[in-house]
Ligand binder design. Structure first.
Ligand SMILES: [Zn+2]
Length: 502
């Protein structure tokens, strides 16, 4: 049997267009830039689509040719020269990879590059397509939070989107991408992908796929695929509202074998199904005052207070003190909070473990509440590295929250200061510090939905809180200039009875 070689590549970033500053090469170096075999070392065992590509190689009997991958924690838009450097390295690694018959390409789908008007992910796919020519299969994977430019489907034969949030299906979506590519190579029947924008900005809380309406919408999709000949995938991408681009918003991605009309028809049907839910795709959780008093009244420990406005995985600052200040104001019980605050880490290091320290913690980037004025004892200093082996949102195995200090305050709170902005996708963030979250009363978690895969098993109660910040839940809090209008919930609903067909 002739050897089949498939190139594996990834260039992944979720860019928060409202966050200040720019994401640079250093952020990708912290997240991980790999060439050749080191891609497999970082990702092959991870619950991530790149890991899924390697597993597909074993299942479908192709030889994986690891070329290039780069990932950074969600953050502000990417600086243009950083993007160009990473893209050049990706293309160069494909050029020098030797013979291959197809490409599996992991993009995120919500990448934004400073001073770049068109969609960065579509641009990346176009450049890869130009390099490999029109015939070789190219299958792209995207996040459920992708803001998808329909042009992407002109360059990729198939687009595979995660269909869970928290994202616990990343590895299986990667395997599926590999299977679809191999099926095309063996049958010669080309897949076609149709992208239909859905004019909705959906708050992250309503994007949760474990509850309705999204659970039933995705059930509808799965049923359609099983009932329809030639329909390979019918997917919903809920979009990422924290970006002011012409592609911001939800979309439907249908993949069919041989005939694109099958994909178009299925997309139309899913559009109508989603449209019925438009009133249910809004979320209005309590503000911090009401949420904190509810948590104290109910006393169901541990209670997770979800800081939606400072959702680190959505590119926020990770140092908001809004909920912590509210707990102190209401004289609530001891809380645990993780704050990104390098200077507090260094002050704690200088004080030394076991010694007293006074800090002004957090509230330096996010100015919605003042820093926490804390006095207490340095309980622990840790290098911040830990591993996650379970399927968790993000699929990262090797975590690094940077040098980390745990401070036990005189009030009885645990304030954990770290040196890298780090999202709460894994309990390892706490357990690696010797902390057992089962023993906490209030835990402030800076997230929207993604944290649930890790925290639901230990939470006695979860209260979502409508806090201000770079990832505030209500899209009406943001100013959009470049977004396609009309769009829900910013504009009136009557305009959207017919889906936009490209
Ligand atoms: Zn996502």
């Amino acid at each position: 049997m002739e050897e089949i070689r498939i190139a594996i590549a990834g260039l992944m970033h979720e860019s928060n267009g409202f966050a200040p500053g720019m994401t640079t090469l250093k952020d990708f170096e912290t997240g991980g830039i790999d060439t050749g075999p080191s891609i497999a070392m970082r990702w092959a065992d991870a619950e991530h689509e790149l890991g899924g590509f390697f597993e597909a190689a074993q299942k479908c009997l192709f030889t994986p040719v690891p070329a290039f991958s780069a990932w950074a924690m969600p953050s502000s838009v990417i600086d243009l020269s950083t993007y160009e450097t990473l893209l050049d390295r990706l293309l160069a690694s494909l050029r020098t990879a030797g013979e291959f018959q197809g490409v599996l390409l992991a993009l995120h789908g919500s990448m934004m590059v400073h001073q770049m008007d068109h969609c960065a992910d579509a641009h990346t796919a176009r450049r890869v397509r130009e390099l490999i020519g029109p015939e070789k299969p190219l299958v792209v994977t995207l996040d459920y939070h992708a803001n998808i430019a329909p042009e992407l489907a002109d360059h990729a034969d198939a687009i595979i989107v995660y269909q869970t949030y928290p994202h616990i299906d990343q590895r299986s979506r990667g395997i599926l991408a590999g299977e679809i590519l191999c099926q095309y190579l063996s049958s010669g029947i080309r897949p076609h992908t149709f992208v239909m924008p859905v004019p909705m900005l959906i708050p992250l809380l309503s994007q949760n796929t474990s509850r309705n309406p999204m659970a039933s919408v995705l059930e509808f999709s799965r049923r359609k695929v099983s009932e329809t000949d030639g329909l390979l995938e019918l997917q919903f991408a809920a979009g990422f509202p924290y970006a002011d681009s012409p592609f911001t918003g939800a979309s439907i991605v249908a993949v069919a074998e041989g005939d694109i009309r099958i994909a178009r028809k299925a997309a139309q049907e899913l559009y109508e199904r989603v449209w019925i839910e438009r009133e249910n795709l809004t979320a209005q959780p309590p503000d911090s005052k009401a949420a904190v008093s509810q948590s104290i009244r109910e006393a169901k420990w541990p209670t997770i207070l979800v800081d939606i406005g400072d959702n680190v995985g959505g590119g926020s600052s990770a140092d908001s003190t809004v909920i912590a200040q509210e707990i102190i104001a209401q004289q609530g019980p001891g809380f645990w909070v993780v704050l990104h605050d390098e200077s507090s880490v260094w002050q704690s290091v200088q004080a030394g473990v076991g010694n007293r320290v006074s800090l002004s913690a957090g509230g330096k980037m996010d100015l919605n509440a003042p820093p926490l004025a804390i006095s207490g004892r340095v309980k622990l200093i840790h290098d911040g590295r830990y591993q996650e082996h379970q399927p968790r949102h993000g699929g990262v195995k090797f975590h690094d929250q940077g040098l980390t200090a745990v401070i036990e305050t005189d009030r009885g709170d645990l304030v954990i200061c770290n040196s890298n902005r780090h999202a709460p996708f894994s309990l390892g963030q706490l357990t690696s510090l010797g902390l057992d979250p089962c023993h906490a009363q209030l835990i402030i978690v800076k997230a929207a939905v993604a944290f649930r895969a890790a925290y639901e098993p230990i939470a006695n109660s979860i209260i979502e809180v409508d806090t201000p910040g770079l990832t505030a839940g209500n899209p009406k809090r943001f100013t959009y200039h470049r977004i396609q209008r009309p769009i829900l919930p910013l504009d009136s609903v009557d305009c959207f009875l017919n889906p936009p067909i490209r």
